[in-house]
Design a protein around this ligand. Sequence first.
Ligand code: SAM
Ligand code: SF4
Ligand code: SF4
Length: 337
Amino acid sequence: MTTDTLGRRLHDLRISVTDRCNFRCPYCMPAEVFGESYKFLPKDEILTFEEIARLTRIFAGLGVSKVRVTGGEPLLRTDLHLLIQMLANVDGVEDLTLTTNGYMLAPRAQQLKDAGLKRITVSLDTLDEEIFRQMNGRGFDPTRVLDGIQAAETAGLSPIKINSVVQKGVNEHTLVDLARHFKGTGHIVRFIEYMDVGNRNGWKWDQVVPAQEIVDLIDAEMPLEPVESNYPGEVANRYRYLDGQGEIGVIASVTQPFCAGCTRARISTDGQLFTCLFASRGISLRDPLRDGADDAQMTEIIAKVWSNRTDRYSEERTDLAATQNAPQKVEMYQIGG
Ligand code: SAM
Ligand code: SF4
Ligand code: SF4
């Protein structure tokens, strides 16, 4: 077991397989920044599937049993199912999941399931067509995402998690509808407090709807009660409907930080290891990998980074903001959510 300076073990790995995306959600990749001329990573700087699989094997040797494939939009990587197949065959990986915006999911859900994908999270901020068009920055309506969710259900990837980022004055008045839509389906909507990831989304405190307010809004229409976590360190606070028609989650990363239980390592598209979603810099794993390091050397590099880890950004956010010392941070699309 590999633990950091605060006694947190290395348990989860999130891998960003592309820095590109077909959406331009203003809270992640605002269109005015990520325009036509934006330079995404060239192919040779991106980890190959073989490199990702090798790193995953090494991480599994250090105690990782949960792997999430993310991005950017991971379904933009053609043949993603081949990577899923490789990762599903890594000894020690018990949970293999994918986060996607769902737009290209419908034709590929079965193929991903057959390749060994265990679970899936589909992001869907709102069912309101006008607001969804605005929130994906591309004017797409939610139909294809809903088709993707349906296809994932048919393929046997249930229960599906549905992620919704909540922004004050943007979609908060549509949350109850989203919750109601999935109530009774077995799928779990998880409402995420809008976070200050990266440096480009212009985040402000007053755009955050606190998790408790989100719960109160839904509870007022469809009564809820809290549920115990499934496991220590679970990021979502769980609530179930009193009428037995399922549950929701709220991810209170801003108002109730959960750094004390944070067991997640992240690999960026270009193979850097980040130990926090809000880190300023990562350590390249791609360079030693391509320079011929063997598994034992790679294990040593990763174990050293993890055992020196001190990150607890969300717990320090208020103090940092007060001192104007907020660091430059990696962008979400580079390391995934
Ligand atoms: N493109 C895929 C998607 O949207 O599901 C995967 C990558 S995306 C970066 C992963 C998750 O991060 C999504 O659920 C997204 O809504 C969430 N996310 C992105 N920016 C965020 C922000 N500023 N605050 C909270 N969640 C955010
Ligand atoms: Fe793309 Fe996901 Fe970021 Fe939206 S949240 S821009 S879908 S990577
Ligand atoms: Fe983990 Fe960093 Fe988020 Fe805290 S702020 S929970 S250390 S990723």
